[in-house]
Design a protein around this ligand. Structure first.
Ligand code: ADP
Ligand code: MG
Length: 262
């Protein structure tokens, strides 16, 4: 088993004394995709923000490579951990290329000048997200799916060891959902990235994730393989609905069906 890359240990967090996360433990290893699922408001985005040092936990610690995140500067964190946020405010007037080049910022020297190597990394990130042909287009003029892939490319240009994805497939059609998930799988296999992704589509998560962590009201309600977590009993307890869970005919992974009695 690979060593742990990122570890959240007994995390507690509150916004203005309103408790949001309580005693959350989570480990991410190189070469795995972990799905973070749970109802709206369960605390998934808050956890992503804590793991990327945008927020600081009030209780517990987050470890990266032998250091706690608060021992590292924002720039050091950004050299290792990249985020594709749920909402990304793109500043006006930038081309796709310029946005992706911003991913290199934490790696540039104090002169902040871009080298041929930075250009090469940006190009590779854009090619692997099928956005290189959009390089000179203004990002504000791109479609939602194209923009999402540009933000993904920007995260890849950071050359991270850990990739945190907050609903990367929201607003994407099924073809682009698969494209994003295949890309994530390729990155974990070829670059041994540790990937944590928030997904609303349980079936998509079950197909692509090695493990799933299910949050309910700020606590880990279940964690394990997709088959251990995606069960009718657990989904009823967390979402309050009855779903039919069957193994996928091709790979036996769990599939949850909405099965209204007709
Ligand atoms: P999820 O991503 O699982 O939908 P969030 O982490 O976004 O959940 O939110 C968890 C809870 O924290 C929600 O009740 C939300 O209203 C609250 N919350 C999120 N961001 C803030 C904030 N900046 N200030 C106060 N409360 C917040
Ligand atoms: Mg969220």
């Amino acid at each position: 088993m690979n060593s742990i890359q990122l570890r959240a240990e007994e995390i507690g967090f509150a916004y203005n004394h309103k408790p949001i996360l309580d005693d959350v433990n989570l480990e991410l290893r190189p070469g795995e995709i972990v799905g973070l699922v749970g109802p709206n408001g369960a605390g998934k985005s808050t956890l992503i923000n804590l793991l990327s040092r945008v927020l600081t936990p009030q209780r517990g610690r987050i470890w990266f490579d032998g250091h706690t995140l608060d021992q590292l500067s924002a720039e050091q964190v950004a050299q290792h951990i990249a985020v594709v946020p749920q909402v990304f405010q793109i500043p006006n007037g930038f081309t796709a290329f310029e946005i992706v080049m911003m991913g290199r910022t934490p790696h540039l020297g104090w002169l902040k000048s871009e080298s041929a190597r930075d250009l090469e990394i940006v190009r590779a990130a854009m090619e692997s997200t099928s956005t290189w042909h959009l390089a000179n287009r203004l990002v504000n003029h791109l479609s939602g799916g194209e923009r999402q892939r540009v933000i993904f490319a920007r995260a890849l240009a950071q050359e991270p060891q850990v990739l945190l994805l907050d609903e990367p497939t929201a607003h994407l059609d099924v073809a682009h959902q698969i494209e994003v998930m295949e890309m994530a799988r390729r990155l974990k296999n070829e670059h041994a990235l540790a990937i944590l992704g928030v997904f609303h589509d349980l079936n998509l998560a079950a197909q692509y994730c090695d493990r799933i962590v299910l949050l309910k009201e700020g606590r880990v309600f279940a964690a394990g393989t997709p088959s251990q977590v995606i069960t009718a009993e657990i989904l009823r307890a967390v979402y309050g609905v009855d779903l039919l869970v069957l193994p996928h005919p091709r790979n036996q992974r769990p599939m949850a069906f909405i099965g209204s009695a007709m």
